[in-house]
Design a protein around this ligand. Structure first.
Ligand SMILES: Cc1ncc(COP(=O)(O)O)c(C=O)c1O
Length: 373
């Protein structure tokens, strides 16, 4: 059962406006909104619809199952799924007109079979590994896979609708790998062109590249995190992005304790003076990192404070000193930051991680409540 005391409010207007702002940053390209991992924790379907309302023409997912969920909800725009493990439901994807990212040479044969089985031409995006050394075809695998794809295209079984790649360090402006990967992508495109492939879309840019590397926009940009209003590059000025998610909870109780009281499991926090402690009913079962013990920022009763003691499965405590709270007091863990509340970036900074992880890890136990401001 979701807790009725807590919610992740998602401002869908912010997602639409962020998408529109990203589209303006890439005037010569279309936008593929990335909605994998339940829309980075914001809720995949509402996020997808908000991105489309903001001008995205494509959607991107990691897995076919996510793309099928989009189709099941009636979303008919082009959708690419790019992680296809063995036994991925290729035929279901082809039947649902989902574009498939190809990262291994063997997948071309698998997709040919799926196309023959389904009686439909499969749409394929060949993924070049230009230096991330994660998914994608290596430079050695590229020519043979391009040739196999060209044969399957000539046989009427597939259409190579896209060629793409992904950056390793676009969030580190000036990193030498950026130019090396961009140049390797141009080479991959040239080889594909010589083999007779004419992809509708060439795409390389994630959020960081969309915002800072116009020479990498090609036909389509693929922003994820920036669509949700979080910066891929901490401190990047002038993005105009608005964070979409606010995580908050009602204060469940307040109690007075004497000086020297150990608080929560392990007594990792001790009150210096007599103090009031507020109980916030969110814990690691809701996706609040246990590592936020004694460091997580939180606004309680309108003031910035810090998690006091161990974050438990369902709750944590906050020392509010001698302040008093009304019965309707709330705790805001993170939000856009405009009312003095912490941001997901603040949480990422104290925990040594990235805001992607902060928003994506909020568990399904926390109800998503949608604002369409
Ligand atoms: C292939 C691919 N493209 C685009 C994105 C979006 O990246 P970002 O959220 O940094 O914009 C991701 C996310 O990891 C990805 O894996």
């Amino acid at each position: 059962m979701p807790s009725s005391f807590a919610e992740a409010r998602v401002d869908l207007g912010a997602i639409s406006e962020n998408t529109a702002a990203l589209a303006r940053r890439a005037p010569g390209a279309g936008v593929m909104g990335v909605v994998k991992a339940d829309g980075y924790g914001h809720g995949m379907l509402p996020a997808a619809r908000a991105m489309l309302a903001g001008g995205a023409e494509w959607l991107g997912t990691a897995f076919i199952e996510e793309a099928l969920e989009l189709r099941g909800a009636g979303i008919s725009c082009p959708v690419v799924a790019w992680i296809l493990p063995p036994h991925a439901p290729l035929s279901a994807a082809v039947a649902a007109d989902i574009d498939l990212g190809v990262s291994t040479p063997g997948l071309v044969a698998g997709i040919r079979t799926a196309a023959a089985e389904t009686g439909r031409r499969a749409r394929v995006h060949l993924k070049a590994d230009t230096g991330l050394n994660r998914g994608g075809l290596t430079a050695d695998q590229w020519p043979e896979t391009v040739a196999a794809a060209a044969r399957a295209e000539a046989d009427g079984l597939i259409r190579v609708s896209g060629v793409f790649s992904h950056f390793a360090c676009a969030d580190e402006p000036g990193h030498p790998s950026i130019a090396a990967q961009t140049s390797a992508f141009h080479e991959a495109l040239e080889i594909a062109g010589k083999a007779g492939l004419e992809p509708e879309v060439r795409h390389l840019a994630n959020s960081a590249a969309t915002l800072t590397l116009p020479e990498t926009h090609f036909d389509l940009v693929r922003p994820g995190i920036a669509s949700y209003g979080l910066s891929p590059i901490p401190g990047l000025a002038g993005t105009g992005l608005r964070p979409a998610m606010t995580l908050r909870a009602a204060v469940a109780l307040v109690k007075r304790v004497p000086a020297g009281s150990g608080v929560s499991y392990g007594h990792r926090y001790t009150t210096e003076r007599a103090a009031s402690l507020a109980l916030v009913p969110l814990g690691y079962g809701d996706g609040v990192p246990r590592a936020a013990t004694n460091v997580g920022p939180v606004q309680v009763g309108g003031r910035r404070r810090t998690v006091s003691g161990t974050v438990c499965m369902d709750q944590f405590m906050v020392d509010i000193g001698d302040d008093t709270l009304g019965t309707d007091a709330e705790a805001v863990l993170f939000g856009p930051g405009g009312d003095g509340e912490p941001t997901a970036q603040d949480w990422a900074d104290v925990l040594g991680t990235i805001p992607y992880e902060i928003v994506t890890r909020i568990s399904p136990r926390v109800p998503r409540v949608y604002d369409a401001r």
